[in-house]
Each structure stands twice: as C-alpha cells, then as structure tokens.
Design a protein around this ligand. Structure first.
Ligand SMILES: Nc1ncnc2c1ncn2[C@@H]1O[C@H](COP(=O)(O)OP(=O)(O)OP(=O)(O)O)[C@@H](O)[C@H]1O
Ligand SMILES: [Mg+2]
Length: 310
C-alpha cells in the first residue's frame, strides 16, 4: 500500500490535534486505543496511522469483535491447529500471526469475551501466543490498535471489561471528537466527499455551493462523518445541476427546522416554569408577580392563560 492513499481531513483544531498525535506515533509500535462515537473516523484513522508508519508495507488486518461469535473471534485472532475443535480440519493461522510486522485492529474491543480478554492480555504482556490446540510458541510482532465507540472505562466499572487489559490498551489513547464538536471540519469534509464521490456518480464536476455550509454546520450530525458522507452522496445522486445547493440537503434543513422548533418549545417550557414559580412565590398576586418577572400585568395574564396556570 503506498503512502498517503488514506486521507483524514482535519481542519478544526480538535482534529488537527488528533492528527498531530497520530502522526507522532505512526512510526512507533505502541499499542493505540482510538475512541469515539460511531462514524467519527476511527477506522480511517487507524489505517492512516498504519500507512504513515514503517509498517505500511506489512499487512493491516482487522477483526470485528462485535459481529463475530466469541469462539470465532478467538480462532480468528490466534489461529488453530488441525483438530483443535470440531470443524478444524486443517491448521489455520490467526490474524495475529498473519499481521506480523504490520497492524492488527481490534474493532469494537469492548465486545471481547472474558476468555479472549484474558488471552489477549497475556499476548500483550508476554508477546507470545499459541494457536488454539497448539503448543508452538509464536512471537507477537503486530502493532495493536483497539477501537471502541463505547466508554471502556465505564465497561471496566461495570465489570464487563478487565481493568488490567484496559490499562494495557490505554497506553496511548486518541479520542476522536464527535463532528458536532469540531464544526470547522464539516465544510472541508463535505467538499472532500463531493470530490471523491462525484466521479463515482458521474458528477465529476460537481461542486458544493457556499450557502450550504451554514446549513451543514448548524446540524447536529448524530451519525458523525459517516452521516455527512451519506448526505453528500444522496445530494450527488439526486441533484439536478452540477452545483449542490441547499435544496439538495433538504433533509438536513428539515432536521434543523425541527430542532429549532423543539428549542422554541423548551424555551416556552422554561417560561411556563418561571411564571408558575413566581405566581406561587407571590401567592398569586398578579401585580407583584408581573413586577418580579419584569413584564406587564396584561402580558402576565395572557401568559397565565396560555400556559393554563389559572
Ligand atoms: N477525517 C476524515 N476524513 C475523510 N474521511 C473520513 C474522515 N473521518 C471519517 N471519514 C469517512 O467517514 C466514514 C466513517 O468513518 P469510519 O468508518 O472510520 O468511522 P468509525 O469511527 O470507525 O465508525 P464505527 O464506530 O461505526 O465503526 C468512512 O467512510 C470514512 O472513510
Ligand atoms: Mg469503525
């Protein structure tokens, strides 16, 4: 894999800091823990680190601890000898072995079973392991990157994750912020996806209009970068012309509208509560309550009626 194929857009200071740390440890063999909500770019960052380090020509292998059954995670990770269990008809090397010299990514590491957590701890401590059903000691020479979108510390507190393994993995943690907390990345990411995905959808000359940025920047992006990528792709597919405008992000605009409405409602809730509390405190003396609220008697009476506080 050649250097620089994977990009990790970082314009906001929060993500520039992430990239700065990631760049510094690319050439080390330190275990890395990348944390962040779903869709924040953890996978992409792991690959970015791999591609910038001395290990870039060695394998980059991933194991999804959440989607594989526990027994399978174990044999996928450590490999097995022939006859190690029913169905083990031939020796099979595990990903730890196959990733020698390269990187092994443990995706959704919080989902590891207690048994595999114990085995993994041993591997990280002793740098040795055996295939399932085997005795030959194999040296571990893969760099481990663990990814999680759940709070591992909380999993430790809840007794679901070994604390000693947590410490081993947490040697160097890179927290990736949710997109809503690094809004300066939104427009550059959108432009990046237009450039990347435009040609795929026969829209190589597509551009994003400047008035779209405020729209995208005020949205909450619960699905983070993945959701932004999907929104851009959707716009590219359905846009009428070469320029993607606000109308092509109608769903985002609608969501912003709904949020504004909800915010307005909660503001009304606050007002209702303030009026109710003041009325009670003044023993329902309208003049006194109005004065304390800084509104006229008439307004107070209207609001009292509106909020059903009579
Ligand atoms: N900074 C970035 N620059 C460019 N593309 C990015 C960036 N961050 C994320 N992406 C893209 O957004 C999508 C989601 O990113 P990724 O799969 O890395 O997220 P994740 O954190 O691993 O999510 P999950 O927890 O759901 O596995 C991918 O298509 C990825 O290529
Ligand atoms: Mg991922």
């Amino acid at each position: 894999m050649s250097e620089g194929r994977v990009v990790w857009i970082a314009v906001d200071p929060a993500s520039q800091q992430v990239l700065d740390v990631a760049g510094k440890l690319a050439d080390t063999a330190t275990t890395v823990l990348i944390t962040g909500e779903s869709g924040t770019g953890k996978d992409q960052l792991a690959r970015w680190i791999h591609e910038r380090g001395a290990r870039r020509d060695a394998p980059f292998l991933k194991i999804d601890c959440a989607s594989l059954p526990a027994e399978l995670v174990e044999s996928e990770l450590f490999g097995h000898e022939r006859g190690a269990f029913t169905g083990a008809v031939a020796r099979k090397p595990g990903r730890l072995e196959l990733a020698q010299g390269g990187t092994i990514v443990l995706d959704e590491v919080a989902a590891l079973s207690p048994a595999v957590q114990a085995k993994l701890l041993r591997v990280l401590e002793e740098r040795n392991f055996e295939r399932l059903g085997g005795t030959e000691p194999l040296h571990m020479d893969a760099r481990v990157m663990a990814l999680t979108n759940t709070n591992l510390q909380k999993a430790v507190e809840a007794g679901r994750f070994r604390e000693d393994l947590f410490f081993r993995l947490n040697v160097l943690a890179i927290p990736v912020q949710p997109l809503r907390e690094r809004r300066a990345d939104i427009a550059p990411l959108a432009a990046h996806f237009v450039a990347r995905l435009g040609p795929v959808h026969g829209r190589a000359s597509a551009e994003i209009s400047a008035d779209v940025s405020p729209l995208l920047e005020s949205y909450g992006w619960p699905g983070n970068v993945r959701e932004l990528k999907n929104a851009v792709e959707h716009a590219l597919v359905f846009a009428k012309g070469p320029t993607l405008g606000a109308q092509d992000f109608a769903q985002i605009a609608a969501a912003n509208g709904r949020r504004a409405e909800a915010a307005l409602k909660s503001l009304e809730d606050v007002e209702r509560e303030a009026i109710a509390a003041t009325l009670e405190a003044t023993h329902y003396k309208i003049g006194q309550a109005a004065e304390s609220l800084g509104i006229s008697r008439k307004t107070l009476l209207e609001k009292r009626k509106k909020y059903g506080l009579i």
